[in-house]
Every structure is written in C-alpha cells, then in structure tokens.
Design a protein around this ligand. Sequence first.
Ligand SMILES: C[S@@+](CC[C@H](N)C(=O)[O-])C[C@H]1O[C@@H](n2cnc3c(N)ncnc32)[C@H](O)[C@@H]1O
Length: 295
Amino acid sequence: MTEPSHQPRDHQDFPLSGAGLTALSIAAERNLESRRPDRLFDDHLAAAFLAPLDASRAAPPAGFRPRRSLGARWSGMHGFIGLRTRLFDDELLAAARVGGRQMVLLGAGLDTRAFRLPWPAGVRVFELDRQDVLRYKAEVLARARARARCHRVPVPVDLADEWAAALCSAGFDPTLPTVWVAEGLLLYLGRADCDGLLARVGALSQPGSRLVLDHVNAAMMQTEEFAHMAHELARVGVAWRSSIDDPLQWLAGFGWQATLVDVESYAAGLGRPVPPVLAADQRLAQRLWLVSARR
Ligand SMILES: C[S@@+](CC[C@H](N)C(=O)[O-])C[C@H]1O[C@@H](n2cnc3c(N)ncnc32)[C@H](O)[C@@H]1O
C-alpha cells in the first residue's frame, strides 16, 4: 500500500502516522467502552496507548479527537467499535473452546486480545501490522509491563504485499486450522489487495479454519457520516480504498461459507442501542458488514 509520506505539520509529533493513527482511534473507543460500568470487555491497556497523546504538543488529527486520552473518541464509529470488539472476542473464544489454537490478527493495530482474553493453554496469536505500529505497540506494552496470556508473535508486514512467507517464518503452522481476524482492515486496502489478502489467507487455511471480518458496501461510503470521516482521514494522509457489496458471494469465491451478523439484533442482545453510524441514512441501504465464515 502506498501512503503519502508527508503529514500535515501539526500532526508531526504524534507517535503514529497514516493508517497507524486509525489504530489509536480504535484504542480510544475501546478505552471508553472499558470504562463503562456495563462494559462489553475490559481493555485495560487501551489507556496506555493513548497516554502519549496527552504529552503531544500537536493539535489532534481531526476526527480522532485524542486531545485528552481518557475522553478520546472516534465520533463517527462511536458505539460500533465496542460491539465489533466483543463480537470478535466471542468468535475467537468459541473457536478456542472447540480446539482452535492458532489465531492470526490481520492489521492487529493496538488490539490487546493476546493480553486480556482467557486463552486455553497452547494458543498462539500472530499479530500482523505495519512495522511502525508494532514498534509503538511494543514500546507501550513494555512500559506497562504487560504480560501476554498466550504465545504472542508480532509480525511486521505490508498486508497489501506478499506476507505469507513472513508469517510462516514467524512460526505459523499451515497444517493447523486457523482463526483469521480482519477487523477494521479491509477499508484501507484496495479491492485488488483485498482479493490478494483473501487468496493468501485461503492458501494457508486448513479445513476447520474460520475467518471473521468487517467491511462496508458502496452505499455506506456515500453516507454523510462516512464521507465526513473519509474527509478527516484524508487530512492525515489516510484513504478508504474499497467496499464490498456482496460479502457472502465474495467470500464464497475464496472457498468460505459465510454468514452475516445482524448488527442491530446483536446490539439489542447486549442491551445496546443501534450505533449512530448504522442509523445514518436508510434510503441509501447502507450496510456495515460483520461477517463470520468457515471452511
Ligand atoms: C482501524 S485499525 C484496526 C486495528 C485493529 N484491527 C483493531 O480493531 O483495533 C487498521 C489497522 O490496519 C493496519 N493496516 C492498514 N493497512 C495495512 C497494510 N497495508 N499492511 C499492514 N497493516 C495495515 C493499520 O496499520 C492499522 O493498525
């Protein structure tokens, strides 16, 4: 993936840049969720990732609002990120309960599942992301003296490029069934790169493997809320590059039997309102897909 190397001046002393900044915005949402009395999960490390922002003299990248870490939120996605995190937590733990021991987080960002989920013995979690994101993550985790609850393996790669060899060199076993997570990633890859990612994932997936992901359709990209977020992201050099109108058909083409999660009922089951981003403009039939697939 090519990203503009320049950053607007006022963002220069942020610890991350480009797409890496979006990982911070997700951590901000997870931090807010974790502080609720009725929290859906407890990401006790999220605040540590945000803390350096308080020390930054820079103006916050608009749309991320990390001016004060504890109050930081990604307004456009508020309410949705917590639900998505909990859903993917549940999917990973369900797979582990029936014997899954190999998990791969594609575009792991500042995800802390390796540290906070009650993994059974023998689980390995591979975290794939850009080198700068994994470096920042390692620094913060070391400062917080965080201890993983599984065997955790960070793997710096460009997911728009060939990454399978790096994953296998890091100890991934292609003879085992795998649980793949692409959470908040596909928007940042062009359609051809999404296809390439799925082809690589498929080639490494034994029967019994699972894949969970999220994406949006083209109509969602056209909503006022998404257009606003895309505009704000462009200011920090980040582009949303793809959409998928029929995720079930797309995944079937790569050998996956996929089902869609009904986000509204999932939210209702957890006693949460429909996130504002989903209520944006029904006339456009916008869809924010949460998909669970098996092979
Ligand atoms: C919105 S964040 C989501 C992070 C994480 N999955 C979560 O939910 O907290 C998107 C992540 O994808 C990563 N990413 C985007 N494009 C990438 C690429 N081409 N190669 C590796 N990582 C990429 C970014 O660095 C960032 O950490």
